[in-house]
Each structure stands twice: as C-alpha cells, then as structure tokens.
Design a protein. Sequence first.
Length: 203
Amino acid sequence: MLGIALIAAAIVVLRPDSLGGNAGTGGSNANGPGSIPSPKAGPVLSVTTPEGYGYGLAAVKAGTSLAPLGQSKNPGQGLTYAYADYIITNTQRRPALLDYPADLFMPRAQVPASARSRCMPQPGVPEDMCTLPNRSQITARIGDSEPPVIEGADKMIPPGASYLVRVATDLPVTEGVQDEDLKLYVWDARFTSDRKGIEVAFP
C-alpha cells in the first residue's frame, strides 16, 4: 500500500498540465494547446529571476480584437481590446516557473477617459505609454515543445520548451489605436536589475 501511495503522490507532483480550451492559433488537445511552427519574431530578450530561472522572450505581433482570448464582454461602440503575442522559452536545462514577464503598453491617449486611472506608466517606458490590467495565456506550443507540468502548486516550463503567449487587455481601448502603437515591455523588478522597463521589440 505504501508503494501505491508513493506512486500516486509522484503523479500529483509532476504531471502534464492540461490547458485544453484555451483560445489560440494552435488549437488545443488533451495535452494542452496544439503545436505550431515557430513564427517570425523580433530579437530575443534574455531575462532571469532571483531564483535563477532564465527565459528568452521574442515579440511576434500586436493588434486589436473584440475577443482576443476567446469570449469577452462587449467593449462598447468605438472600443476594442488590445493584445500582443510573444514567444517565451525556458533557456535552462531544468524546469522553470511558468511566468509571464512581458506586459502590453499602449498610448494613454487611446485609453477611454473612464479607464485612464487604471492605465499605469512605468519607469523606463515612454511617458505617454501605460499598461492596463490584462491577462496572459499560452495559445500554442512551438515545434515539439512539451506542455507545462505541475510541480506541487506551480506550473513549470520543461527545459528548452517554447510557447506562444498572448497578453490582452481586460479593459477596452479606442478603435483608433494602431498595431504599431502597441508595445511590449518587461518592467517587473523580478526580471530587471535596474527596475526600468526593457522593450521586447517586434520584428
């Protein structure tokens, strides 16, 4: 009985993470999002955390949509949601915590007046840019990358695995925002040594 219990515990500690049902380019299956070839992306930005996790980030594209992550609340007339896609890679030979270092920024002028108090500027990012509350989600695995695994309460990226991530605003922006107006920055102190935003450039 003890041996059976230990095996069951091991299955709970380390098992593939089911991400089925996520909206995205690659679709989904029992092992999570489907796989796609690596898309065209900008230069890779390498970041590390105090725990020693290492990630490579490469921006793919940005745009607007009425439902960038599937079902969304109708934003209202003349409004839409902003999103950006980027690739995250675990650059190390050990599992890394599934984290979302990149944040989506847009011109403050393209944020409705009712939401501007929620649009936060950050050091190192142009003063006329700000970031709204948003959500990030894996939409596809890149190539033969394995899906995330569960270790205890954490989701982990297997060594060398790459995923396509979409970050989308929870609050709407005006339809006047252009794709080129949207930018990705890493600004959280966990990923930047000088606490200033670093751009993840689009191709």
